[in-house]
Design a protein around this ligand. Structure first.
Ligand SMILES: *Cc1c(COP(=O)(O)O)cnc(C)c1O
Length: 455
């Protein structure tokens, strides 16, 4: 019976679902994992096989699955109400969460605008920045500066400020044109940290010097470009960007959708360099990985550009059906409480050092070109040859084959092209970290050894 049901589910999966960011032709030839249950850091599929959640269910999970406090908070909220609009009406969990968010984010951020995913949080920041400039009389400020290789989501506005050609180039005819500058990437540019930082800041300043009166805002993934391959910017770069934005009167949007809620070892990436952006976008980890929720935080200055009698039409005409969903807000409140109660960030410190030590072992593999780590965000870049940094070709599907092997060994991962990503829940224990690294090591070793003997 169970066998028949499972076969039916797999047939349904191949015959009915269209999976995001997935080449379905390839997917159709592979045995799918269909998750049925979870426990702590493990996902369990319909065949009863257990998997360590090595990428936090795509960078969202924070304290593990079926976390008692979050489960209970959602159930408690269910007994009150599940959803009520924020369009012209308010509700309790949205207010309580807004108060907490204002407290824990940089002090200049005092206004909280809800939505339900990272891409829309970015759309909102872009539209707000643009409209605020228009309404402040800075009508020439219509453009945005973004970074090469950046990722801010998949809706057309956020794709317009994206810089990953593999994902974004196809849509170019549909997009608005942003000013693109380079993100400091020590490994691929071959430059030292300091030279790399200085070089990118100089280039940014050159753009500002020439065009700042046309620029509403700059958008950046602070400290680390996630989807672009876990590219870590040199120390001081973020602060340097903030200084230039201030100097040239350009607003700074910090997209903390991936880095927010402890992923880098501090609550927000901006905290590492005491940077105060003019907008901050948050999503992924906000509900502990339970429910879709996002926020765009901004300053009183931006907010005030929208204050006027209705007939002046300065309203921010934007909102979503499920903006600030109450169940999601309740989950987010519980998530933040756990950070405090369990001293999540405090406990991470030692684990981050432990993880660094585990990662050093990967240098024994000749196909590992670079190992990048910021807190619990890790990218292991695979190359054909470490000396020449020769990349694997797309058709070799090297990252994909490594994660398939890791899957056989009971770990779920998701690569970014040739970069193997580890981004475990913050509550992962040292033992689990060691297991995660061990399995990843073996998977890379086995797949890439086979690769070189075949060539
Ligand atoms: C994931 C991500 C987004 C998009 O968030 P979604 O919830 O997937 O729409 C935006 N910015 C960054 C930096 C991200 O990592």
């Amino acid at each position: 019976m169970v066998k028949n049901k499972n076969r039916h589910l797999k047939t349904l999966d191949h015959g009915t679902l269209w999976h995001p960011f997935t080449q379905m032709t390839e997917y159709g030839q592979e045995d799918p994992i269909i998750i049925q249950r979870a426990n702590g850091h493990e996902l369990i599929d319909i065949d009863g096989k257990h998997y360590l959640d090595g990428v936090s269910s795509l960078w969202v999970n924070v304290h593990g699955h079926r976390k008692k406090e979050i489960d209970q908070a959602i159930k408690k909220q269910l007994n009150q109400f599940s959803h009520s609009t924020l369009l012209g009406v308010s509700h309790v969990p949205a207010l309580e969460l807004a108060e907490k968010l204002v407290k824990i984010t940089p002090h200049n951020l005092t206004r909280v605008f809800y939505s339900d995913n990272g891409s829309t949080a970015v759309e909102i920041a872009l539209k707000m920045a643009f409209q605020a400039c228009q309404q402040k009389g800075l009508t020439k400020k219509k453009r945005f500066v973004c970074f090469e290789n950046g990722y801010h989501g998949d809706t057309l506005g956020s794709v317009s400020v994206g810089g990953i050609d593999l994902f974004h180039e196809m849509y170019r005819p549909l997009l608005f044109e942003a000013l693109k500058v380079s993100y400091p990437d020590p490994y691929h540019s071959g430059q030292g940290l300091e030279a790399c930082r200085r070089h990118c800041l100089e280039k940014l300043e050159a753009v500002f010097r020439e065009k700042s009166d046309e620029i509403a805002a700059l958008i950046i993934e602070p400290l680390i470009q996630g989807a672009g391959g876990m590219i870590i910017s040199p120390p001081g770069f973020l602060k340097g960007v903030r200084h230039l934005c201030t100097q040239y009167n350009v607003w700074m949007i910090a997209d903390e959708v991936a880095t927010g809620f402890g992923r880098t070892g501090k609550m927000f990436a901006c905290d590492h360099e005491a940077v105060r952006p003019d907008f901050m976008t948050l999503a992924k980890g906000i509900t502990g990985g339970y429910l879709p929720l996002a926020v765009t935080l901004t300053t009183e200055e931006v907010y005030q550009a929208f204050e006027a009698p209705y007939e002046e039409l300065k309203t921010f005409f934007h909102g979503h059906s499920y903006s600030g969903n109450a169940l999601a807000c309740a989950a987010a409140l519980a998530n933040l409480k756990i950070f405090k109660k369990e001293k999540t960030l405090e406990k991470m410190k030692e684990k981050i050092i432990y993880l660094s030590k585990e990662l050093k072992k990967f240098w024994d593999l000749p196909t590992v070109g670079d190992i990048r780590q910021k807190g619990f965000m890790v990218g292991i870049e695979l190359v054909k040859d470490r000396e020449t940094k020769t990349p694997y070709a797309l058709e070799e599907r090297i990252g994909h084959r490594v994660i398939l092997r890791a899957r056989e060994k009971g770990v779920i991962l998701r690569p970014l092209d040739n970069v193997i990503v580890l981004m475990p829940p913050l509550s992962l224990t040292k033992r689990e970290l060691s297991h995660l690294c061990g399995v990843t090591f073996e998977a890379i070793q086995e797949v890439t050894a086979k690769q070189s003997s075949r060539v």
